[in-house]
Design a protein around this ligand. Structure first.
Ligand code: FMN
Length: 199
C-alpha cells in the first residue's frame, strides 16, 4: 500500500502468530541509504521471530505506534544531527503515550569524529518520551573518499552543499551488519518480554 512517499513493507511474508511480538521500523531517507538499512534491520528482526513492518516517517500514523512492542527509528545524519523530517516526526510522538515501550535508534553517517549523529538525537528524543532503549543506538557508515572527507570536515553548516551528498553510498557489508543487529535487537526484545508473550 503506497501512502505518501514511502511504502509500508512487510519484510518476509510470514503469517502472523498469536502472541507474536511486533516491531515498527520507521525511517527518514533522502537518497535511499537509510531506507536500505531500515529494511536490513527489519529482516534481522524477522529472523529473530519478531513481526517487522518498515515505514517512512512521512507515512506513519503516529497513533498506530501504540500497537507495537518495539519501535525502531532511524534517519540520515544531516548537519551533525537528525534531519528536519525526523525531528518533526519525533515531535509528533507527543500525540501518543509510548512510555514504557521498547525502542531502538539508528542512523547513517560518515565515519568521522566530526560527523555528528542523528541516532544520538533520536535516542535522546525516544528516552524523553519515556521509552525504554532495548539496545544501544547503532550507525551505518557511508563511504566517502578521504580527501573529500577532510575538506567536508572543515566546512561550516552554511557551507554544506546538497549536490555533494547524493552520490554517497553505504560502505560494503553495512546491510549484512544491520541484519545481524536486527537479530540482536530482536533477541533483546524477546528476553525483556514476559514469558507469556514469548511462548
Ligand atoms: C544536507 C546534508 C547534510 C549532511 N550532513 C552530514 C553530517 O553532518 N554528518 C554526516 O556524517 N553526514 C552528513 N550528510 C551525509 C548523510 O548523512 C548521508 O549521505 C546519508 O547516508 C544520507 O542518508 P539517505 O541516503 O538515507 O538520505 C549530510 C547529507 C546532506 C544531504
Amino acid at each position: 500500500m503506497e501512502i505518501g512517499s514511502h511504502s509500508y513493507y512487510r519484510i518476509v511474508g510470514r503469517p502472523s502468530c498469536r502472541g507474536e511480538m511486533k516491531a515498527c521500523v520507521t525511517f527518514d531517507s533522502r537518497y535511499g541509504n537509510t531506507e536500505k538499512i531500515a529494511k536490513s534491520l527489519a529482516t534481522g528482526l524477522e529472523e529473530a521471530g519478531i513481526r517487522a513492518t518498515c515505514v517512512g516517517v512521512s507515512s506513519v500514523i503516529v497513533e498506530s505506534l501504540s500497537e507495537y512492542d518495539l519501535i525502531c527509528v532511524g534517519g540520515p545524519t544531516q548537519y551533525r544531527t537528525a534531519s528536519k523530517a525526523m525531528q518533526d516526526f519525533l515531535g509528533s510522538l507527543s500525540k501518543v503515550d509510548l512510555s514504557g515501550k521498547r525502542a531502538f535508534a539508528f542512523d547513517t553517517k560518515r565515519d568521522s569524529l566530526l560527523a555528528g549523529s542523528a541516532a544520538k538525537y533520536i535516542e535522546g528524543a525516544l528516552k524523553n518520551r519515556g521509552m525504554r532503549i532495548v539496545s544501544q543506538r547503532q550507525s551505518a557508515m557511508i563511504a566517502t573518499p578521504e580527501a573529500e572527507m577532510e575538506r567536508r570536515e572543515s566546512e561550516s553548516k552554511d557551507e554544506w552543499k546538497e549536490r555533494r551528498h547524493g552520490s554517497e553510498k553505504l560502505l560494503g557489508g553495512e546491510g549484512g551488519r544491520f541484519e545481524q543487529i536486527g537479530r540482536q535487537v530482536g533477541r533483546a526484545l524477546l528476553e525483556a518480554a514476559p514469558m507469556s508473550i514469548r511462548s
